[in-house]
Design a protein around this ligand. Structure first.
Ligand code: OXD
Ligand code: MN
Length: 584
């Protein structure tokens, strides 16, 4: 009798009509075969085998360079279950409309069946997915980003416990591009894009959108969070998970080279994008990184901003949409060296500075996580790591201070729910617009966000030893329009204060929005930040917060009666705390 996997593969093949079906085993030989095949097309190139061994550059189609949120749908019978922040499609309509596009889409192509595990192979928190795809680029990326092939098949056996994801490049026309999630069936359909989160279905589609639904059903958490361990003098490591919107420096924070290393503070990387968390027997919340690699934004990454990843990506790395130097090395803006003549841009044209950036602003590297010198010895611990602090953050030129601590869990959930950030190139659309992005999950929550806030509040009642909740903003600017905080490795100073607060130490001052570091609270020795800049960084300006509260109210109103009472209460409490402080 056919296994559930075989039945689904049969169904998918019946619909998409590929010339052949290949089950991927995840071996190195298979990887090489796929790469050979890709090199035969005009969009993939081998890099310098001396300086970048086993590294390749892939160029995607010019209209397929980022996640397309406006073409991403949550397909529930009741529109309200998708909520006001998701695009919605009725499941039957989606099956009909998108099914028509899948019909015969793989004719003349190979269908690859890619079984994968999200999470360490033997972790009880891990889950299995199977992606069917006609893109060899997707297969080689999935081999880096997940535990793919035989290991997954061995764990799956003849079980039906896997999340199916059907992907086809289709004709790559955005007019016929759909990324559809069926939360009830735990099924993903994606057609018309070969790029990143649209096509590597284990990442945003499964590990966040579908997993967030599972997490609510099963009392755990699937979050858009990096996981890091902060080692303090004496060797103790305290784990923190942090949510930032796309392209706000999550990878850099997770892989930070600490400016306080000589004082015994070091950062260890567990994950850079997603955390799956369950309550452990000891009452702490335990996190695993469901991914096995980093799919990071290349521009802005250099030896000064992220030395660890720069070292990691010297081998076994796939680059997408970066520039290619005459020496056949990858290049992007911010890499730290000027390119020589003869560079080819991400579009495949001879580049000069009049032609715009050489690398697309959302160009990426896909690199095995274990190659980072900063990788934590616990990154594959089956039980995960206990989380002591959650950190929310955004890119805000004004308003949010460098760091503050929420008063309690409920207030922390409100802080996360009203988080905002200026948009970046990680998704198509305008860049630099401030948008509300609760818990950095706006594009990734697989159900009504009001219910998601409710789930957070519920988890707070369930976790005996909940993480403390903080908010950070590395991007605050002074009156001269310049960043006030140096960021990168210096951010460890903020992590140190967070650690001290977790341990019940750390000098703090109470403000209406929470606790900010007292004047002497942050360790600033060896850093050139003037007293004036420090006050600006930590300032809670009532007038700014008044407009902030109006804006967040407008956002929260969208959820109507479904918004949890506690969130509304926190908004009212915040207004009350500011009363009398705002100049008339
Ligand atoms: C990502 C994103 O690629 O958040 O991680 O867009
Ligand atoms: Mn992300």
């Amino acid at each position: 009798m056919a296994t559930p996997l075989e039945s689904w593969v049969g169904e998918a093949a019946g619909l998409t009509k590929p010339d052949r079906v290949v089950y991927c085993d995840g071996s190195a030989a298979e990887f090489q075969r796929m790469i050979e095949h890709m090199l035969g097309a005009s969009d993939t190139f081998e890099l310098n085998e001396k300086t970048y061994p086993n590294c390749y550059l892939h160029r995607s189609t010019v209209n397929d360079v980022a996640r397309t949120e406006h073409l991403t749908f949550i397909s529930t019978t009741d529109k309200d279950d998708a909520g006001p922040t998701n695009n919605w499609m009725d499941p039957e309509a989606a099956k009909y409309r998108v099914g028509a596009l899948f019909d015969g889409a793989m004719r003349g192509r190979t269908m690859y069946v890619v079984p994968y595990i999200m999470g360490p192979v033997s972790s009880p928190i891990s889950k299995i997915g199977v992606e069917i795809t006609d893109s060899p680029y997707v297969v080689v990326n999935m081999r880096i980003m997940s535990r793919m092939g035989k290991v997954a098949m061995d764990r799956l056996g003849s079980s039906a416990e896997f999340v199916p994801g059907l992907h086809s490049l289709g004709d790559l026309d955005p007019m016929r591009r759909y990324i559809v999630h069926f939360p009830k069936e735990k099924l993903i359909w994606s057609i018309g894009s070969g790029y990143g989160g649209n096509a590597l279905l284990g990442k945003k589609c499964f590990a966040l959108r579908i997993a967030s639904v599972m997490a609510r059903e099963q009392a755990w958490m699937a979050e858009h969070m990096l996981i890091l361990g902060l080692e303090s003098p004496g060797g103790k490591v305290t784990y923190m998970a942090a949510a930032f919107p796309s392209a706000c420096g999550k990878t850099n924070l997770a892989m930070m080279v600490s400016a306080l290393e000589s004082q015994g503070y070091r950062v260890w990387t567990v994950g850079d994008d997603i955390a799956w968390m369950k309550i452990g027997d000891d009452g702490y919340l335990y996190a695993i990184n469901p991914e096995a690699g980093f799919f990071g934004v290349a521009p802005g990454t250099g030896m000064l901003t992220n030395r660890n990843v720069m070292q990691a990506l010297r081998k076994n790395t796939l680059f997408t949409n970066v520039g290619l130097t005459k020496e056949r090395e990858p290049w992007w803006e911010g890499i730290g060296a000027e390119p020589g003549p003869g560079m080819i841009s991400w579009k495949g044209e001879l580049w000069d500075s009049s032609k715009g950036p050489a690398a697309h602003p959302n160009s990426r590297y896909t690199v095995p996580a274990q190659q980072s010198p900063s990788i934590s010895s616990k990154w594959e611990a089956p039980e995960g790591v206990p989380i002591s602090a959650f950190i929310f953050g955004g890119r805000r030129a004004r308003v949010a201070p460098l760091v503050y601590e929420s008063f309690d869990w409920q207030h922390g959930v409100f802080v996360g729910a009203t988080m905002a950030s200026e948009t970046t190139a990680a998704a198509t659309g305008d860049v630099g617009i401030t948008r509300r992005d609760p818990m950095a999950m706006l594009p990734f929550c697989g159900y009504n966000m009001a219910d998601y806030f409710g789930h957070w509040l519920e988890m707070g009642r369930k976790i005996p030893k909940p993480p403390k909740i903080f908010h950070v903003n590395w991007f605050r600017k002074g009156a001269d329009g310049k960043f006030l905080w140096p960021g990168y490795g210096e951010n460890v100073r903020v992590l140190k204060w967070i650690l001290e607060r977790v341990e019940g130490r750390g000098a703090a001052e109470e403000t209406p929005i929470g606790y900010v570091p007292a004047k002497n609270g942050l360790t600033l020795d060896g850093l050139k930040v003037s007293n004036g800049a420090l006050s600006d960084l930590l300032r809670v300006n009532p007038a700014d917060w008044e407009s902030e509260m109006q804006d967040s109210r407008q956002f929260l109103i969208k959820f109507g009666a479904r918004l949890p009472r506690e969130i509304r209460e926190e908004h009212e409490k915040l207004s009350r705390r500011f009363q009398g402080l705002v100049p008339a």
